[in-house]
Design a protein around this ligand. Structure first.
Ligand code: A3P
Length: 292
């Protein structure tokens, strides 16, 4: 493994068009930028910790009509590669995995909309974007960072200020929101999916033009519930080695709830955050809820 002078593995952030990204994402950027998407490919785009893995599992379950065994054919990162990511040792990457897969491919990205490779838009690909309220997103990011030994060392204060890999949460959620009617973007919210997964899974299936029975939808909701995914080795990232994910620090499938931010924001911090949030979101009223 690449190690820093002090024996730790944490990476720095570098920039592409002003967006902070892991150094290794920047290093391999040219091959991401020129990736050729095909019309049948589906892009799942999120800000980190917004419920990406959950959306991926729901999509794969829909495409496989609720067939549990098919969905367990391989771990998440193999079934639905992470477009811009390269392994810390450079041994594998989203692009190298995608190159040997035939379309239709389901592809994960955390890129803000302006950095999504052009070919996705030229080909007219469908995109599913999931957003999650920023307080829970930041808390989840913070805990993920504690376990991910290659992420830059961040603290909750920096998280709250938005100095994070993949840039500003605000710009990210707004970027896709503003384009949702111009492009084939289905915009979904983590809190809505928690509140009524049958309704949201049905919306996703309709967007993907899959006719599924009510019982199949209900089965998919059960398969993709937090408790089920947490126990599923093909959906819980247990295949990522301990040298990358330090599970003594935190878990990938941590809580999966709406409102855990209440355990991390003091009343003062919350008031300051709310004021800032209202100001910045005033030009873009995405119906994001902080509690359900
Ligand atoms: P918490 O840290 O709040 O528990 P991502 O996949 O974008 O990295 O997001 C990870 C977050 O989604 C984690 O949040 C994780 O627990 C949560 N998550 C994963 N699967 C989920 C599911 N089936 N239902 C609800 N939340 C889920």
């Amino acid at each position: 493994h690449d190690e820093n002078m002090d024996g730790t593995t944490r990476e720095r952030l570098s920039h592409i068009q002003g967006i902070p990204l892991l150094e290794r994402v920047v290093k391999y950027w040219p091959r991401v930028e020129k990736f050729q998407a095909s019309e049948e490919d589906l892009l799942i785009a999120t800000y980190p910790k917004a419920g990406t893995t959950w959306t991926q599992e729901v999509v794969d379950s829909i495409l496989n009509e609720g067939d549990v065994e098919k969905c367990k054919r391989a771990p998440t990162q193999v079934r639905m590669p992470f477009l811009e990511m390269t392994a810390p040792d450079g041994s594998s990457s989203g692009i190298t995995k995608l190159e040997v897969m035939d379309p239709p491919r389901v592809i994960k990205t955390h890129l803000p909309i302006q950095l999504v490779p052009r070919s996705f838009w030229d080909a007219g690909c469908k995109v599913i974007y999931m957003a999650r309220n920023p307080k829970d997103t930041v808390v989840s990011y913070y805990h993920f960072d504690r376990m991910h030994l290659y992420q830059p060392d961040i603290c909750l204060v920096l998280c709250k200020m938005g100095i994070l890999g993949w840039g500003s949460w605000y710009d990210h959620v707004k970027g896709y929101w503003k384009e949702r009617h111009n492009k084939k973007i289905l915009y979904i919210l983590y809190e809505d999916m928690k509140e009524d997964p049958v309704r949201e899974v049905t919306r996703i299936a309709q967007f993907l033009k899959r006719q599924l029975s009510k019982s199949t939808i209900e089965h998919i909701v059960q398969m993709t519930a937090f408790s089920a995914m947490r126990e599923n080795p093909m959906a819980n990232y247990s295949t990522i080695p301990d040298t990358i994910f330090d599970r003594t620090a935190s878990e990938f499938m941590r809580k999966g709830e709406v409102g855990d931010w209440k355990n991390h924001f003091s009343a003062g911090e919350d008031a300051a955050f709310e004021e800032h949030y209202r100001k910045i979101m005033s030009d873009c009223p995405i119906p994001i809820r902080f509690t359900i």
